[in-house]
Structure formats: C-alpha cells, structure tokens
Ligand binder design. Structure first.
Ligand code: GDP
Ligand code: MG
Length: 312
C-alpha cells in the first residue's frame, strides 16, 4: 500500500515536471487538428511539431508514418492522437528503460559518474546514494571532482544528509589516487556500492578524457572488471546538444548507461526519445528536481503518458 502511494505520488510529480514539454506537444496538436480528418497536411504539421519538440527527425517520421498507416483519412480526435503517440513512444522507450542492477558478486559494485559541468552529476550521486541506502545497501561516495572545492563540499553535504561516508582529497589533488583509495576503503568496509564523482571540465576535452581513463586504469588494478557501470549524466534542458555529448563520451569514456536530469520545467523532454532510438543505451534513471526524492528508475509508460498528457 505504501509502495502504491509512493508510486502514484512519483507519477504525479513526473507529470508536473514534464508539464512544459507536455503543454508544447498537446497545445501543438490542438492547433493542428482543428479539422477532424487525418490528411497529408495535418500529418506534415504533426511531424514538424514532433521535430521541434526534440524527438528527432527519424523518430518524428516513424511516428507519423505509423499514424498514416493506421488512421489515414479517418476522423480522429486529438485525444486519440495523444494515446496513439503515448503508446508508440512507450514502445520505443521500453527497450532502454532498465533499472540499475547492483550485483553482490563484486563488492563494492563500482559506479563511475561522468558528464559535462553542471549536468547534475554530483546531485545525481547524492540522490542515487540515498536511493540505494533505502534499499538496504551499504553505500560510499568518492568526491572525484577535485577540480573545484565547491564540488567536494557539495558531495560531502549530500553524504552528511543521508549518513553516507564520503571519501575526499584536497582540491587540485589527483582524482585517480582518490578513486583508488576510496575503492580500497570500500572493499575493506565490505560496502555494496561505491559511487565516484568526476570533474566535468578541465582545461580541454583531451584532459578530461585522459583523467577519466586514468581513474579507470587504477580501478582496474584492483579489479579488471571495474568500474562496473559508467553513467553519463545529461541535462535535459540542453536539448539537441545531448546527442553530441553521448557521442563523445561513448567513444572515449566507455559509458554503459544514461541518467537524464532536469526533466522538470524544461520544454525538452522529447530529446530522451530521440536518444533512445539513436544510441540504444540503457536509461537508468531520470531526475525531476533538486530534492533527494526527485530521482527514480526510468519507466517507459509513465514517461510517455506524462509527456502526452494521457492518464491511465
Ligand atoms: P555537476 O556539475 O554535473 O556535478 O552538476 P550538479 O549536480 O552540481 O548540478 C548542477 C545544478 O543543477 C545544481 O544547481 C543542481 O541542484 C541542479 N540539478 C541537478 N539535477 C536536477 C534536476 O533533476 N532538476 C533540477 N531542476 N535541477 C537539478
Ligand atoms: Mg559536480
């Protein structure tokens, strides 16, 4: 019962968070479907709307082609368009909506968190740490963004709030050494999970990628299979720019999955659908606010329905 209540509360907050993205789509659909028939003109306008809502050209075409096949020349209500799109978007998202599995075969299960500055890495680690802790797992954090003092303090604050230990090193020190030491401590303490924060911007891109590679190398000295996950955190408000970020980090940082933050209060929620189609990487979680409870597993159906303003 409590679980049910929590779930419905999350769905209503997700809906609220996606309000802007959702308004843009549903109002656009209302404006297009003033006549009832689904014809060439309305389909083309719908395709444009989907593209301008960041779903990407390919996905927009795929959705309108499906709609044409099913309902061309039919009388159709806008509510029917909403449910049709929600259903097809769910189908696209289902294969990438995975929950982050923590295996006890490796203790700790090491999760490296990467992404550009400001994307929400540190906040996501704080929220994820708490989420795992409430599931009864023993968590440790490592403040691997040693580049900025504020980033270290920020992670310590998240740790303090939940009573989760945070490994730190002075600003400017080598993040790979910190990662190594945090790993050793976590092994000794028999922790279930070690979440490692990283810097988002060094002097240039090569610098950042070399640093991430070094962190990876020292972890692999301890366990060749570490890190067990490498999460790329993406800020939903950047829209189309997310594509370039996934491409770069996929090539150079061996990411295993995505987390999308700031889905609240942006008009860019559609980008997640384009990324799902293009990269086929698991989307492990989404963030809809700055609070500790504002991150959850990514669920295809509730996301698609919230985006299209459809309720069960
Ligand atoms: P980092 O530089 O990648 O570590 O990013 P931070 O975790 O420091 O986050 C940058 C800013 O975005 C902070 O002000 C966070 O509070 C904020 N933020 C992070 N996630 C979310 C989210 O899901 N929604 C909103 N609205 N803000 C977020
Ligand atoms: Mg940070």
């Amino acid at each position: 019962m409590e679980e049910e209540a929590k779930k419905s509360n999350w769905v209503s907050r997700l809906k609220d968070g996606l309000k802007e993205s959702s308004h843009k789509l549903t109002q656009g659909i209302s404006a297009i479907f003033t006549r009832k028939k689904l014809d060439d003109e309305t389909l083309l306008a719908l395709e444009d709307l989907l593209i301008s809502s960041d779903l990407g050209v390919e996905t927009a075409q795929k959705l309108t082609t499906l709609l044409r096949k099913n309902r061309f020349n039919d009388d159709i209500t806008k509510e029917e368009i909403h449910s049709f799109l929600a259903q097809e978007i769910t189908r696209i998202l289902k294969p990438v909506a995975k929950s982050l599995q923590i295996s006890k075969t490796h203790k700790p299960w090491v999760i490296l968190v990467v992404g550009v500055n400001g994307s929400g890495k540190t906040t996501t680690i704080g929220k994820l740490g708490r989420l795992f802790q409430t599931r009864g797992l023993k968590v440790r954090l490592a403040a691997g963004d040693t580049f900025r003092a504020a980033a270290i303090e920020q992670l310590v604050m998240w740790g303090d709030r939940s009573g989760i230990p945070v490994e730190v090193a002075p600003q400017g020190s080598d993040p790979a050494s910190l990662a190594y030491e945090a790993y050793a401590k976590a092994r000794q303490a028999q922790d279930d999970i070690l979440l490692i924060d990283t810097a988002g911007r060094l002097h240039n891109k090569q610098d950042l990628m070399a640093e991430l590679a070094k962190i990876r190398r020292v972890l692999q000295k301890v366990d060749p299979s570490a890190p067990h996950e490498c999460l790329l955190v993406l800020d939903a408000t950047i829209g189309q720019n997310a594509h370039a970020q996934v491409e770069i980090f996929q090539k150079t940082a061996q990411i295993t999955g995505l987390v999308m933050t700031k889905l609240d209060g942006t008009a860019k929620g559609g980008v997640l659908i384009a990324l799902a189609e293009k990269f086929n990487l698991p989307v492990y979680a989404i963030g809809i606010g700055e609070g500790v409870d504002d991150l959850r597993d990514f669920e295809a159906k509730s996301f698609a329905e919230s985006l299209m303003g459809v309720s069960d």
